[in-house]
Structure formats: structure tokens, C-alpha cells
Design a protein around this ligand. Structure first.
Ligand SMILES: *Cc1c(COP(=O)(O)O)cnc(C)c1O
Length: 407
């Protein structure tokens, strides 16, 4: 593989480097961890780059998108529109119209109003939209974890309200309810939590089927597949998941092996996380009141932007290499929020040294504050067989609009 210096010489710093062989390996590991016949949706939220998408499409994934931008990236990646799953709690009429106009036919509906909006758009286009009802289950699974279900949420339809709303949902013009969608958690703490949530979703789906006679041709049990983020470490191998899912499905959906229902999972971070690293160069080393600072050319404009706003867990980057003391890693932006990690073990510090931040193939560049302070975006380069096979740079451009005519 090319060394970081060569890559930075050629493409500048900071620089995202994605190894497409590792991306394919993650896809294979996930396939091995799941029962045969599962569809894997790739959530473009993690990394919408069309080359990431195209690589996963070639490996048999479908696309799960939540915006017009993600949809266009998915189409550019070659995902067939008719197989894309379109979700999100606040789909607007304009974006649904665009999606249906481009051939999307499957939506996850997150509320009765959302389903109605999808149906209205489908009718305007003279088609019927296949819809999954996203369910916000009422009971927590045995293991606790960071969850988006069982609590008040903008996501999904509360399970306990189904008796009141189900008839209306099933009769929504322009739509055909084809199944259920669960997404109870992201980044499960361990395999047991993942299994508990997934098997709980299967049990809840069966209970809903038995109570409501809702057709379940498709059951998307969501995700929670974990990956390290911006720190060294390995993606988990799930060794028990396959057997536990088979057991739960045999119990609740005995015909699942013949495709009734069709089963799906979704993930972004598991597939993309370890294929990407960020190369960043130390611009300035300084000492302030007993602490060592390494000011980098990458900050929250390049990695983990929302963390800098205190909206998510603060970034706690760790870097690859032989440690030689600690330093606080900051970015170049004029805000104290531009912090990548405090007291991080770092290699010998010198201006011009390239640091490698691993496991940032997902939730990297496009999850960052790329417009803030107007620095150029890093290039993104793609390696296959250890050689650069593609490179791009994402640009923000301001487009002039015509003002309305004077009254
Ligand atoms: C964010 C999200 C995903 C992907 O989550 P990861 O943690 O990247 O696997 C999948 N499905 C839904 C509905 C999401 O909101």
C-alpha cells in the first residue's frame, strides 16, 4: 500500500483514504453473520460517496436512503430505483415526488401523516407505493443499550397506538402496506444486545401480525451492527447472531426459509467504518500552561462535526502509531469546540508529521461541518489492491437564484 506521505504529496492533507477491499471484507463478514436469504440495506447516511455505494451494490447490497441527496448518490452508484428503501421521519412532498418520479417504490412510513403523504404522491404519479410501517416498540428488550424505541420519539409509530390507527393505515390510498420496519438501536454495545433487540423486533412483528392481520411480506429488523469510530480497534465478528435469528424466525415466522416474509437488515457503520482512515498533518505544536497541543489541519469541519457542537458524544480520537507522550489534538478552526481529543497518546510530535486516524470510513466527511470556516474539503481517495483507483473532492457551491418579480 502507498504510504501516507506519498498519498498526501499527491492529494494534499487532510485526506480521506478508503480501502475498497476492506469494504468488501466487511460486507462478507456481515453476510456470514446473517441467515441465508437476508437482504442487507446499505444506509447511505454513513457515507454517501457513489464509489462506496457502487462497491456495496456489486456485493449484493441494496440502498437505504433518507434524502434527495442520498437518493441521487444511490442512483449514481447504480442501485436500481425500484429496490431502494426510502425512510426518514420528515419526508416532504417535494422529495417524495422526486423519489417516485425517479422510480422509488418502497418507503418506510414513520407516522400516519407520513404514509398519507407518500400515498398522495404515489396517486399523483399513477402508481402504488409499497410501504413498511416503522414501529416504535413499547417494551425494551432484555438488555439495555442506546435505543430509539420504547421511548417518546419522532421515529416510527408507537406500537401501543396501533389498535387505533391500523385500519386507517391499511386503507391509505396510494399505498400498500407490505410489512414492518424496526430500527431499535445503532452501534450495539455487544453481540448480546444486538441479538436481544433483533429477536425482540421479530417477536413484536409476530404479535402485530397476530393482532392486526397486517400483511408481512417484508420484515426489516433494522440494525445496530457496531464498529469502532475514530479509534484503533476491530469491527466485531458476530458468531451467535445467525443461529439466534434462525431460532427466533423458526418460532415466529415458520415459513421464513421460503421467503415469507422476506427479511432485511440495515447498516452503515459496520460496512464502511474500518475501510476509511483520515490522514491529517500537524500544523503547529505548542505548549500552553503545562499542556501540549497539536494543531492539526483537520478539525470538526473534516471529522465528527456534530460532536464539536456538543450534540453527540465528544470526539475522542486516538491515532495509529508508536506513542511518545500525549497531546490535546485540536483542529484549525477558530472555535474552542474544534477539539478532536484530549490527552491523546501521539507519536513523536513535529510540525509536518502526518497522523492517521483509523476507522472513519463511516460518519466522516459528510457528517462534519464542511461549510464552517470555509476551508477546502479534503480529497477522498480509493484504494483497490493497494493502489489508488479513484480520487474525488467534494465541493460546496453557492447557486444564484432569481428573486420573485416585484409586485
Ligand atoms: C442511521 C440509520 C441506519 C444506519 O445506522 P448505522 O449505525 O450506521 O448502522 C440504519 N437505519 C436507520 C433507520 C437509521 O436511522
Amino acid at each position: 500500500m502507498l504510504n501516507p506521505e506519498e498519498l498526501v504529496d499527491a492529494y494534499g492533507s487532510p485526506l480521506y483514504v478508503y480501502d475498497l477491499d476492506r469494504l468488501r471484507a466487511a460486507r462478507r463478514d456481515l453476510r456470514d453473520a446473517l441467515p441465508d436469504g437476508f437482504t442487507t440495506y446499505y444506509s447511505l447516511k454513513a457515507n454517501p460517496h457513489p464509489l462506496i455505494g457502487a462497491t456495496l451494490r456489486a456485493e449484493g447490497c441494496r440502498a437505504e436512503v433518507c434524502s434527495t441527496g442520498e437518493l441521487l448518490s444511490a442512483l449514481e452508484a447504480g442501485f436500481p430505483a425500484g429496490e431502494i428503501l426510502y425512510g426518514g421521519p420528515g419526508k416532504t412532498t417535494a422529495e417524495i415526488d422526486l423519489a417516485i418520479g425517479r422510480g422509488v417504490r418502497t418507503f418506510s412510513a414513520e407516522s400516519p401523516a407520513d404514509l398519507t403523504r407518500v400515498g398522495d404522491s404515489a396517486r399523483r404519479h399513477g402508481v402504488t407505493a409499497d410501504c413498511l410501517l416503522r414501529i416504535n416498540g413499547s417494551a425494551p428488550a432484555a438488555t439495555t443499550s442506546i435505543r430509539m424505541t420504547g421511548t417518546p420519539s419522532q421515529f416510527g409509530i408507537d406500537e401501543e397506538t396501533l389498535p387505533q390507527v391500523m385500519d386507517g393505515l391499511l386503507d391509505t390510498p396510494g399505498t400498500r402496506v407490505v410489512g414492518l420496519h424496526f430500527y431499535p438501536l445503532s452501534n450495539a454495545r455487544d453481540e448480546d444486545s444486538l441479538i436481544a433487540e433483533a429477536t425482540q423486533s421479530i417477536a413484536v412483528a409476530a404479535a402485530i401480525r397476530d393482532t392486526h392481520r397486517v400483511p408481512i411480506e417484508v420484515l426489516d429488523i433494522g440494525g445496530g451492527f457496531a464498529a469502532p469510530y475514530s479509534v484503533p480497534g476491530r469491527r466485531p465478528y458476530y458468531r451467535k447472531l445467525r443461529g439466534e435469528l434462525e431460532r427466533a424466525l423458526d418460532l415466529h415466522f415458520p415459513a421464513w426459509r421460503t421467503g415469507h416474509p422476506r427479511l432485511a437488515v440495515e447498516t452503515g457503520r459496520y460496512l464502511t467504518g474500518d475501510c476509511g482512515e483520515l490522514l491529517t498533518t500537524i500544523t503547529t505544536v505548542k505548549h500552553s500552561r503545562g499542556r501540549r497541543f497539536a494543531v492539526l489541519d483537520a478539525g470538526i469541519n473534516t471529522l465528527g462535526g456534530m460532536a464539536g457542537l456538543g450534540r453527540l458524544l465528544p470526539l475522542a480520537v486516538r491515532v495509529d502509531g508508536v506513542p511518545d507522550g500525549t497531546a490535546t489534538l485540536t483542529g484549525p478552526l477558530c472555535t474552542p469546540g474544534d477539539l478532536l481529543g484530549r490527552e491523546v497518546e501521539v507519536p513523536a510530535l513535529a510540525e509536518g508529521t502526518i497522523l492517521r486516524i483509523p476507522n472513519v470510513g463511516g460518519y466522516g466527511l459528510t457528517a462534519s461541518l464542511i461549510g464552517f470556516l470555509g476551508r477546502p474539503n479534503p480529497a477522498e481517495v480509493f484504494l483497490t489492491g493497494g493502489r489508488v483507483t479513484a480520487a474525488t473532492r467534494l465541493e460546496l457551491t453557492r447557486v444564484p437564484l432569481t428573486p420573485p418579480p416585484a409586485p
